[in-house]
Each structure stands twice: as C-alpha cells, then as structure tokens.
Design a binder for this molecule. Structure first.
Ligand code: CTP
Ligand code: CA
Length: 224
C-alpha cells in the first residue's frame, strides 16, 4: 500500500487535514452534529502519507483508526467542537497543504447548560445559536500573506453544485474546491467528485474514496 506512489510526490511536505463532523453541546449529555463519517478525510490522510507527507490530522468525533500510524508520519488530534477544531488548525499554519474535509458546524449553541436539561423544566427548551469561525476562510487568509498552505475546500450541496461550488471558491479565496456529486455520499465508500478551480472544472469517475484521494494528492502535488 505504501508503495502506491512510485515517486513520493509529497516527500518532506506538511499536510494539514480536518476530517469528520463536529459536535456542538446543548447540555452535558446532548448535542448537535451532522452526517459526516470521516471516511473521505481519513482516506486523504492515508494517500498523503503514502505520498511521503507528514500529516496533521485534526479529527472531529468519528470512529476510524488513524491510517498508517506505524509510519510515524501522522499525528492525530481529536477535537469535539468547531471552536476546538479552529484552535487546533491555527497551530499548524506552517503546513504546505490544507485539506478542509471536515463538516464543520456552522453554529454553536449560545446558552449551553451546565446541567442536564430536565423534561420537567419547561415545555420544550429553546436554543440560541452563535456563528462559528470559518476555519478554511481563516487559513486562506493566512495563506494569502504567507503563500502557503495551498488550500483545498470540500463541499456537499443538495442543489446547484457547480454554482454553489464556484461561489465558495471565490468567497473563501481558495484555489481548489472539491464538490461531492451527490445526492448523499455521507458514510459511503464510493464517491464522484467535481474538482473546481479558477481555470475550470473537471469530473472524476465514481471511485472508492481512497482511489479518489490518491488522484487528488497527485493533482495537488503539481500545484505546490
Ligand atoms: N468550513 C470550515 N469552517 C467552517 C465551515 C466550513 O473550515 N466553519 C470548510 C469545510 O471544511 C469545507 C468548506 O469550508 O471545506 C465548505 O464548507 P460548507 O459547509 O460547504 O460551506 P459554508 O461556507 O459553511 O456554506 P454553507 O454551509 O452555507 O453551504
Ligand atoms: Ca457549512
């Protein structure tokens, strides 16, 4: 497996990856999360290690073993909330490439309760939300100053994939956005991607997530 890349196209490079969902607490026993399985982010981590990179894998709550741990090329940092993920990522802005694969919660709960909310307390609790930091946009801001990391965003949309994808590329000021050609690929082993760059779009075949990740790593290695 390690021999997949005949030439280690990311030898000596630092690759930063966010993967999985985040979890936003409501009270000590309840929270809000999403359908991300972490499979795509972990597959990219594996492919990056195969290609010779040193990988910082910032993982939200997901039950996947760290890939190729025995190589010593991967450091996994487990986080829970979007705020924690943001803080962990900002420590590694010296990376050469950033893959923002995590499905980051857009909002966190403002009025998190210290104790479990009891059914008897009220008819039903009301939640207030605050917007979370945009991790990818913040890394892209740093990249605009330091000329690295090369930022790759991911997107899962329910409609108007090309339009929303292109808008995100511009809004987040990133050179590449990878959009899932859905409808719903969460948790599946296979996926088909639309790779959006300023120069144009290309569609991959439907492949398993590791094969797609190897293609992406190969492509990104030509950009840095
Ligand atoms: N992302 C991030 N931090 C956030 C939200 C998103 O780093 N707080 C990253 C994701 O990891 C992904 C990309 O931004 O790589 C696009 O995420 P997406 O949720 O599709 O975009 P949003 O800007 O949040 O827009 P919306 O959810 O409204 O479509
Ligand atoms: Ca979002």
């Amino acid at each position: 497996v390690i021999a997949f890349f005949q030439k280690k196209v990311l030898a000596g490079k630092k690759v930063l990856i966010t993967a999985g969902p985040t979890y936003e607490a409501i009270d000590p026993v309840r929270g809000i999360t999403n359908k991300s399985s972490g499979k795509m982010g972990f597959a990219i981590a594996r492919a990056a290690i195969e290609a010779g990179a040193n990988v910082q894998l910032i993982a939200g709550p997901c039950h996947i073993n760290t890939p190729l741990e025995f190589t010593g090329q991967v450091q996994r940092i487990n986080v829970t909330s979007a705020q924690e993920m943001h803080a962990a990522v900002m420590k590694h802005l010296d990376a050469d490439v950033f893959f923002a694969v995590a499905a980051v919660a857009d909002w966190s709960v403002k009025n998190i309760k210290d104790e479990k909310i009891k059914k008897a307390d009220s008819s039903s609790p009301s939640l207030e939300f605050v917007i979370n930091p945009d991790i990818l946009a913040d890394v892209a801001k740093a990249a605009a100053k330091n000329s690295k990391p090369y930022c790759v965003g991911f997107a899962a949309e329910t409609n108007d994939l090309e339009k929303h994808g292109q808008e995100k590329l511009v809004r987040k000021n990133i050179p590449m956005l990878v959009a899932n050609i859905g409808p719903d690929t969460f948790g599946l082993d296979e996926n088909q991607l639309l790779i959006i760059e300023q120069s144009g779009n290309k569609k991959t075949p439907k492949l398993n997530k590791l094969a797609l990740s190897r293609e992406l790593i190969q492509l990104v290695s030509t950009k840095i």
